[in-house]
Design a protein around this ligand. Structure first.
Ligand code: FES
Length: 154
């Protein structure tokens, strides 16, 4: 359920966009910022708020990998496994992270501190292999550099 402040933001956005359907992405982003993920109940709420179908909202959420449909850890690590990163060793980086965190790709550590996922190209191919922790990119990765990153996570 969007909080009062976010509901006001939605009303403001409605004045700036040609259709309510065009608000789907910004409103879903708002939901994720507020809740940490986009639940099925939130998708239903967004559909009603924007007067679009649930299928439309579900389609948007499941198309874009940046939307989480279940809770993630305090730190969300996404390892790019697309071509440039794969050629520069992303598999080794992912294996190292799985070993260090004790979870497999797609899982969250038992203390809910870290969720580990793979992702498609994040547009930093020239700095491969890379990963993102939230919105911060970390590039030219090595296992040692990954260890330092993990040590820096609170
Ligand atoms: S392939 Fe990894 S950032 Fe593009």
């Amino acid at each position: 359920m969007l909080n009062e402040n976010n509901l006001k933001r939605v009303e403001e956005l409605k004045r700036r966009y040609p259709t309510t359907q065009a608000l789907t992405l910004p409103v879903l982003w708002m939901v994720q910022e507020q809740e940490g993920y986009v639940s099925e109940a939130s998708m239903q709420e967004v559909a009603e708020l924007l007067n679009v179908t649930f299928a439309h909202v579900l389609g948007v959420v499941t198309f874009y990998t940046m939307f989480h449909t279940k809770p993630v850890g305090r730190h969300h690590i996404e390892v790019c496994t697309n071509v440039s990163c794969m050629l520069r060793g992303s598999e080794k980086i992912m294996s190292h992270l799985e070993h260090r965190l004790g979870v497999k790709c797609g899982e969250t550590t038992p203390d809910k501190k870290v969720t580990l996922n793979e992702t498609e190209c994040l547009g930093a191919c020239g700095y491969a292999p890379m990963l993102a922790i939230g919105e911060a990119y970390h590039e030219h990765l090595t296992p040692d550099k990954v260890d330092r990153l993990l040590e820096g996570l609170s």
